[in-house]
Write a protein that binds this ligand. Structure first.
Ligand code: UT7
Length: 317
């Protein structure tokens, strides 16, 4: 076995929708500032009783139901998150227990910020290669609202909560992946709010923007080099949904049709590790992606990290 294909996806969102207008009542901001710069109109925030674990279990169970497989055949559970409910037990172990998944497989959380789901895909491929099992469950989940400084308008308007999941099947047809990482502490890190001394997300937006518009083509070109394919061979590209302008920049660079690059940050904001699988799930639910289509997933973000994977969509049902 050398690669993976996507056989099913799932998603979950918290109950509370927070619009740009809602945020303008908390901080000095407006839809007129946020939307043109980011493409974001609203996002979901967890209510008091909604946890990262709840979202992850919902998304995972939807993906598993849709996969139409015997859950005893799941060969690993990998959860990408930077906002797990607990450091231990891991979200992955809580999913394993809640969904009655096999106990003779690995279940673990990883953190590669917004690139986490794509790193997680590669980690899952490694487990299946090692244990010879057929299917992997990979989830990206975040409750970023708990680490947002709601007095900092430069960050609190950008992020949201949610979860996305995929069931992968070991596959020999088409799979190319690439990963990168480069330690940078100064542009996207937990910051300290002087008023309460707590640690929150802080970001140098302009520098992260510059990183993003160089990282995405680096990842895409890296995959093209390995696969000897071009943008014409790729049916769908699902990038991390940080900012609509970042994706527009890439579309222009490759002279690609706009529809090839899926976007949903208008309703979800930036959900870090959940962003790619949530967008992938919406794309699959839309019915636009057909069995046998090629899908490229591209992530970039905190660390700094970047990664991509090119694989097929082939649902079983
Ligand atoms: O997953 C992580 C990946 N993250 C990203 O990809 C984010 C990449 N960066 C960006 O998307 C953009 O840099 C932002 C959307 C975050 C910011 O846009 P910008 O055009 O770079 O704005 P800026 O930071 O230069 O701020 C311009 C002005 C400043 O005011 P002054 O100094 O010119 O008076 C800010 O204080 O806009 C002000 N500002 C705001 N105003 C209203 C910053 N945030 C807000 C806000 N509402 N929410």
């Amino acid at each position: 076995m050398t690669g993976l294909k996507i056989i099913a996806t799932g998603g979950a969102l918290p109950s509370r929708v927070v619009t740009n207008d809602d945020l303008s009542k908390i901080v000095d901001t407006s839809d007129e500032w946020i939307y043109p710069r980011t493409g974001i109109h609203s996002r979901y925030f967890c209510g008091e009783n909604e946890s990262t674990t709840d979202l992850a279990i919902k998304a995972a169970s939807q993906a598993l139901e849709r996969a139409n497989i015997d859950k005893e055949q799941i060969g690993c559970v990998v959860v990408a998150t930077l906002s797990a409910e607990f450091a231990c037990p891991s979200t992955a172990c809580l999913i394993q227990e809640a969904l009655g998944l096999p106990t003779d497989i690995a279940a673990l959380d990883i953190n590669a910020a917004c690139t986490g789901f794509i790193y997680g895909t590669e980690v899952a491929r490694g487990f299946l290669s090692a244990n010879g099992k057929k299917y992997a469950l990979v989830i990206g989940v975040e409750k970023l609202s708990k680490i947002l400084d709601m007095t900092d308008r430069t960050t609190c308007v950008l992020f949201g909560d949610g979860a996305g999941a995929a069931v992968y099947e070991a596959d020999d047809t088409m799979y190319y992946s690439i990963q990168g990482a480069c330690g940078a502490k100064d542009i996207l890190v937990p910051g300290i709010n002087e008023a309460d001394g707590k640690s929150y997300v802080s970001m140098n937006g302009k520098n992260v923007f510059k990183f993003a518009v160089s990282a995405i083509p680096r990842v895409i070109n890296g995959i093209f080099e390995k696969s000897e394919k071009t943008m014409d061979d790729v049916d769908w590209v699902v990038c991390h949904q940080a900012n609509s302008r970042i994706i527009d920049h890439v579309v222009k660079k490759y002279k690609a049709p706009t529809e090839k690059f899926y976007k949903n940050m208008d309703r979800f904001g930036n959900t870090s590790a959940a962003s790619v699988p949530l967008a992938l799930n919406e794309l699959c639910e839309s019915g636009k992606v057909k069995s046998g289509d090629s899908v490229m997933l591209v992530g970039f973000g905190g660390g700094l990290t970047e990664a991509g994977v090119l694989l097929s969509y082939a649902p079983k049902a």
